[in-house]
Design a protein around this ligand. Structure first.
Ligand SMILES: Nc1ncnc2c1ncn2[C@@H]1O[C@H](COP(=O)(O)OP(=O)(O)OP(=O)(O)O)[C@@H](O)[C@H]1O
Ligand SMILES: [Mg+2]
Length: 504
């Protein structure tokens, strides 16, 4: 199956990997994987969380060294492994998830500093750097003020800066590991245009995304990994989301509406006339016991600011919040946690997790006050508690003492959810809980959410993916420009009704 597409198309691959094996501790992250990329193609790497996508990219770009026996053929040369320097010199570039940029430096410096490194005398010619940067941006059809510090620009523009930087080194092959995870729909569309421009100019792009609609839209071929092993290589034409899901997981998932009528349940949260200047205006709603209230709308609609206010992290200017009938005023998130509110942040890069710390410590960090109420937390009881959550949420880990950073994105997400559930909240706010999470794990997370709701928890589910709220919430609020402008009941409307309103 491997290489068939390239044989059929008669094109010689730009990159061809054989016998790639990689083991971390006891975990076989890649098992005898083969992979190839044709010149100028857009090739997607698909697989569930932890299936080995990022590891494969790190091997090609020289971050990790594969086990003996690996063969890497690239542009007419054969290597047993790459180093970051050889990979870059050969025109292989990566846009990392964290972008690896310098926020305090200007756009021009971020894009072009490498071109002046190592030159002598060490007087940086800012004008030439600026020109290089502008040329790289122009290639992407983008204009930015290159003299402004990068921190003035939002994430989508920073990503473009990272791509522009990758291009000045005569890139032939660019890897993008989940580049759209923190972008809005229109930013994503723009990024996909940039990928097409790159491909048309002969640069091959390997693209990783858990949003399968995007995968279908952008790629010409698709390599699927499952548990570190190659499932196959497929032309994208004729593929469907459900077929890819099946290849990735070996299972099929069908979506059904969950929405139930919970109007007889007691009210947990009551928000009235809540406003915060420039962010949200006159917000009123209730959430009942056992209810999942969806909030959707485009990014920037004020959803996250609203959530942060409910969680004590932003002070509303006016309005009231009642929890189980009593008015509450939080001056910090600690107050909110103590009152029974948990908030899973949308921040995909940190998730509120402390990367160098262990899985176990990250899991108990928010609930220490509660579990230590009776005295000290013994190692044994901590281990048992952590083991219970890991089993309940189906998290794949090595040791509890491993750093959280060793887990794949989706497994980190589950730990972040477990961390909040361990606080035994009355109200759980999930802000974009499945960003960067694969289809199988999404289904797993929503199963968990449904069970939590069934056990009486009140849940606010914030997502800009309309199907997510449509299928999993009992009611859906639509926010735009800081206001609630529509309310939908999934059992009484079609998915398209909500999508039409949101994307109007
Ligand atoms: N540095 C590391 N130390 C230990 N284990 C690791 C390390 N890097 C990756 N792993 C393990 O290797 C496996 C593959 O991880 P990888 O990050 O490649 O997955 P992925 O397909 O990119 O997943 P995701 O979609 O969640 O980003 C996982 O089981 C992960 O926990
Ligand atoms: Mg990854």
């Amino acid at each position: 199956m491997i290489g068939r597409a390239s044989v059929e198309s008669g094109q010689k691959p730009l990159l061809s990997l054989r016998n790639i094996n990689m083991t971390f501790g006891g975990v076989k992250a890649l098992k005898n994987v083969s992979f190839d990329v044709l010149p100028g193609e857009v090739h997607c790497l698909a697989g569930e969380n932890g299936s080995g996508k990022s590891t494969l990219i790190k091997i090609i770009t020289g971050v990790y060294r594969p086990q003996d026996g690996a063969v890497i053929e690239y542009d007419g040369q054969t290597y047993s492994h790459m180093s970051p320097v050889t990979a870059q010199a050969a025109g292989i570039q990566v846009i990392w998830q964290d972008l690896a940029l310098f926020p305090e430096m200007t756009v021009a410096e971020n894009i072009a500093f490498q071109t002046v490194l190592g030159r002598w005398p060490r007087i940086v010619n800012y004008n030439s750097m600026r020109e290089t940067a502008e040329r790289a941006l122009a290639r992407l059809g983008v204009t930015l003020d290159v003299d402004r510090p990068l921190k003035d620009y939002p994430i989508a523009q920073r990503q473009i800066v990272a791509i522009a930087r990758a291009l000045i080194g005569e890139a032939k092959l660019v890897f993008m590991d989940e580049p759209t995870a923190s972008l809005t729909q229109s930013e994503t569309d723009h990024l996909l245009d940039i990928v097409r421009t790159l491909s048309a100019s002969g640069v091959a792009v390997v693209f990783v995304s858990h949003r399968l609609a995007e995968v279908l839209e952008i790629s010409s071929r698709l390599t699927v990994l499952r548990d570190g092993a190659l499932v196959g290589v497929y032309p994208t034409t004729g593929m469907t989301q459900s077929r890819i899901t099946e290849l990735m997981t070996g299972k099929t998932f069908d979506q059904t509406i969950r929405a139930r009528d919970v109007s007889a349940n007691p009210i947990v949260l009551e928000v009235e006339g809540l406003s915060r200047r420039g962010q949200f205006e006159d917000i009123s709603f209730t959430v009942r016991r056992g209810e999942t209230l969806g909030i959707t709308g485009l990014l920037g609609a004020g959803r996250t600011e609203l959530a942060l206010s409910l969680f004590g992290m932003l002070k509303p200017r006016s309005g009231t919040v009642k929890l189980e009938g009593k008015p509450v005023h939080f001056s910090s998130n600690r107050d909110a946690i103590a009152a029974g509110i948990a908030y899973l942040s949308e921040d995909r890069l940190s998730l509120g997790l402390i990367q160098p710390q262990s899985i176990a410590d990250n899991l108990v960090i928010a609930s220490l006050d509660r579990i230590m109420a009776g005295g000290l937390l013994s190692d044994g009881s901590k281990r048992a508690l952590v083991a219970q959550w890991i089993a309940d949420l189906g998290v794949k880990i090595g040791q509890q003492s491993d750093a959280i950073s060793t887990l794949s994105g989706g497994n980190q997400q589950r730990i972040a959810i477990a961390k909040w559930l361990a606080t035994d909240p009355k109200l759980l706010i999930l802000d974009a809980p499945t960003v960067g999470v694969d289809v199988g794990a999404r289904a797993g997370i929503f199963d968990i959410v449904a069970k939590l709701a069934d056990s009486g928890l009140a849940i606010i589910l914030i997502s800009d993916e309309v199907p997510e709220v449509y299928f999993n919430a009992d009611r859906v609020l639509h926010m735009a420009q800081g206001r609630i402008i529509n309310q939908f009941t999934p059992s009484d409307c079609a998915l398209q009704d909500i999508e039409a309103a949101v994307y109007a």
